[in-house]
Ligand binder design. Structure first.
Ligand SMILES: [Zn+2]
Length: 254
């Protein structure tokens, strides 16, 4: 028993997030950056990943969770918070390379434009920091997640929302296959960047370190529109490995 890993398996984490409605269930909290508390039995009494004895909580309330009885934890599991789940990416840099569907966008504020309107884009605030926005495309008539100037909120009825406490990653999935992921990372050197994204090195001295990248993936359920880790695919057209620098708009979809 002692050697079971502390991090719960993915299916247990998903179940615990869902039962609290993807926000910390403590009254008045709703924080979407969730951790996983073991209360029955507590981890130090017996390591386990039985979801019935576990509860998703934010980091602040997880740190205080020993104050809760098992009965109180069970009540919180049964009463998810009901307000809109929302959060914010605190990453603010003057230089960010966006990686969207396997293509690279540097100093290109409108990375993807769809039918005349930006779909994934940056704007600069008055201090010159880049703020990220994204609209989620869907064929459903329900609300979807949206990201506006680094603030995100979740509408519709997602099947899962992953938002770990480090605030660098968000993934929102819906039952119809709509899926969006955003991942910020920092690279301290060209050497470390080359291991994962060697294409960016063609920018040479135009970029400086530490460099921040944001990787964005989006799948539109029931369609052939797909921006995944490897490529951008729209209506049979696939594009990958392009590096666009100092373009007004990157990928323009008619
Ligand atoms: Zn909380």
């Amino acid at each position: 028993m002692q050697d079971i890993p502390r991090r719960p398996p993915a299916d247990v984490r998903r179940q615990l997030r869902r039962e609290v409605g993807f926000g910390c269930p403590v009254v008045g909290c709703g924080n979407p950056y969730l951790e996983y508390h073991h209360f029955d039995p507590p981890w130090h009494e017996g390591p386990h990943h039985n979801p019935a004895g576990m509860l998703a909580l934010c980091a602040t309330h997880h740190a205080k969770a020993d104050a809760l009885t098992a009965e109180q934890c069970r009540e919180l599991k049964a009463k998810p918070q009901s307000s809109t789940v929302r959060g914010r990416f605190e990453w603010m840099r003057r230089e960010v390379v966006a990686i969207v569907g396997g293509n690279y966008y540097h100093e290109t504020p409108h990375m993807v434009v769809f039918r005349g309107a930006p779909l994934i884009w940056f704007e600069r605030d008055e201090e010159g920091y880049l703020l990220l926005s994204m609209r989620m495309l869907t064929t459903s008539h329900e609300g979807r997640a949206q990201l506006l100037a680094n603030d995100w909120d979740i509408a519709g009825d997602p099947s899962d929302v992953e938002s770990p406490p480090n605030g660098s990653y968000l993934r929102v999935r819906y039952p119809n296959g709509d899926d969006v992921q955003v991942q910020f990372r920092q690279w301290d050197s060209a050497e470390s960047l080359a291991l994962k994204h060697p294409r960016i090195l063609v920018l040479g001295d135009e970029i400086s370190y530490p460099l921040v990248t944001v990787e964005i993936a989006m799948v539109v359920g029931g369609t052939d529109v797909r921006f995944d880790a490897r490529s951008s695919a729209i209506g049979g057209l696939t594009m990958t490995g392009s590096v666009m620098s100092r373009c007004g708009a990157g990928l323009v979809i008619g």
